[in-house]
Design a protein around this ligand. Structure first.
Ligand code: FES
Length: 322
C-alpha cells in the first residue's frame, strides 16, 4: 500500500504482491478436509514471468498541464476535423442566408425549394406562405427568407447532445480529449447560465420535427413537373433525388434524438412493459449512430442548398430522369 500526497490531494495505491497469494493457498489447503487432492501448482508457476517481475510504481498525483498527455495517437485529429467541418458549414450557411436569392429553382418545370428557406414564411418565391417581404420590415435591417426558419435547425443542432460534446472539444478545448490535460480546473456542468440554456433542446426538437414534415412536403412537390401547357406530371429529376435524400438523412438524425428517445419511452421505469417498446427500440437504433446521422445530414443539407442554388444560377443543369 503506497500513500502519496501532493497539492493538498492524497492518493492511495494498493499494490498486491503476487507472491503473497501462495500463503493463502497453503492456509486453505490446511483447512481443506480433502487433503488427498493433488497439490495446486505454485503461483509462480501459474503466472507469466512478466507479471512476477512487475515493479510497484507510485503514480504521479499532479494535474497535467493543458494539452499534456501520455497518449501517442493523433488525439487532436478529431477535434480539428470537427472544427474545420463546423466552421465551413457555419460560414457557408450564414453567407447563403444573407444572399436571399437563388434558393428555389423552376427551370424545366421543376419545383425545388432549398431547405435553407423552407418553410418560406415571407419571400420572393412562389412558395412564400405570406407573400414577399412585408412592409413593416425595417429598412435598415437586412431581409432574407432564411431568417424566418434557419434559427430552428441551427438551434436544434447547436443544443444537440452529440454536437455539444463535439464543439466543446473543437471550439473551446474544454475538455480537449480523453486523458489530455485541460485548461480549466473546475467543472460546473451545464447547470448554470449560459449552458443551462442547452435544455431548450427538447423544445427545438418539436420545432425541428414540424420542419421535417414540411421538408418532406417539399420533396413531394419536387416530384411534379409543369409542362409548357401548364399541366403537371409526375417525374424524377436529380434535384428530386437530392431533396428526397435530404429528408431521409434528416429523418435519421432527428428521429434518433435523445429527447425523442426519452419522450417515447425513456421516462418509463420498465420499458419492457411499455406499449411503445417497438418505437423506443427504433429510436434507440437510430440513436446508436447519432453521430453518423448528424454528420451526413449536415453535409447533405448544405449540398442540397448548393444544388438548388447552382441550378437556379444556371451553373448546373438539372437532369430529368423521366
Ligand atoms: S440529441 Fe442530437 S438531435 Fe437531439
Amino acid at each position: 500500500m503506497n500513500a502519496h500526497a501532493e497539492n493538498g490531494e492524497s492518493w492511495t495505491i494498493a499494490v498486491q504482491s503476487p507472491r503473497a497469494a501462495p500463503a493463502i493457498d497453503e492456509q486453505a489447503n490446511e483447512n481443506d478436509s480433502s487433503a488427498a487432492a493433488p497439490p495446486e501448482p505454485e503461483l509462480d508457476e501459474r503466472l507469466p514471468a512478466s507479471l512476477l517481475i512487475m515493479p510497484a510504481t507510485d503514480l504521479p498525483a499532479t494535474r497535467p498541464a493543458f494539452a499534456e498527455t501520455l497518449r501517442r495517437d493523433a488525439w487532436w485529429m478529431q477535434p480539428l476535423v470537427v472544427f474545420l467541418g463546423f466552421t465551413a458549414f457555419i460560414v457557408y450557411s450564414t453567407w447563403a442566408a444573407f444572399q436571399n436569392a437563388h434558393y428555389w429553382f423552376e427551370g424545366g418545370g421543376a419545383d425545388y425549394l432549398s431547405p435553407f428557406a423552407s418553410p418560406e414564411i415571407f419571400g420572393a418565391s412562389p412558395h412564400a406562405l405570406f407573400g414577399p417581404k412585408p412592409a413593416w420590415w425595417p429598412g435598415w435591417l437586412p431581409f432574407s427568407a432564411s431568417f424566418f426558419v434557419l434559427w430552428i435547425p441551427a438551434g436544434f443542432r447547436f443544443t444537440c447532445y452529440y454536437y455539444r460534446g463535439a464543439y466543446y472539444k473543437a471550439f473551446s478545448a474544454d475538455p480537449l480529449a480523453c486523458a489530455v490535460g485541460e485548461g480549466r480546473k473546475t467543472y460546473l456542468g451545464e447547470r448554470f447560465f449560459p449552458f443551462i440554456l442547452q435544455n431548450f433542446h427538447r423544445y427545438f426538437f418539436y420545432l425541428a420535427f414540424v420542419v421535417l414534415f414540411l421538408l418532406g412536403y417539399d420533396a413531394w412537390k419536387a416530384m411534379w413537373f409543369r409542362d409548357a401547357q401548364g399541366a403537371v406530371h409526375f417525374g424524377i429529376g436529380v434535384g428530386t433525388i437530392v431533396l428526397t435524400v435530404n429528408v431521409i438523412l434528416l429523418s435519421g438524425y432527428t428521429l434518433g434524438c435523445h429527447s425523442l428517445r426519452h419522450l417515447i419511452g425513456g421516462w418509463r421505469d420498465k420499458i419492457s412493459k411499455s406499449k411503445c417498446g417497438g418505437c423506443y427500440n427504433a429510436v434507440s437504433c437510430l440513436n446508436r449512430k447519432h453521430m453518423m446521422w448528424a454528420w451526413v445530414s449536415l453535409v447533405w443539407v448544405g449540398f442540397t442548398d448548393v444544388y438548388v442554388r447552382l441550378c437556379s444560377m444556371g451553373i448546373w443543369q438539372d437532369c430529368r430522369l423521366f
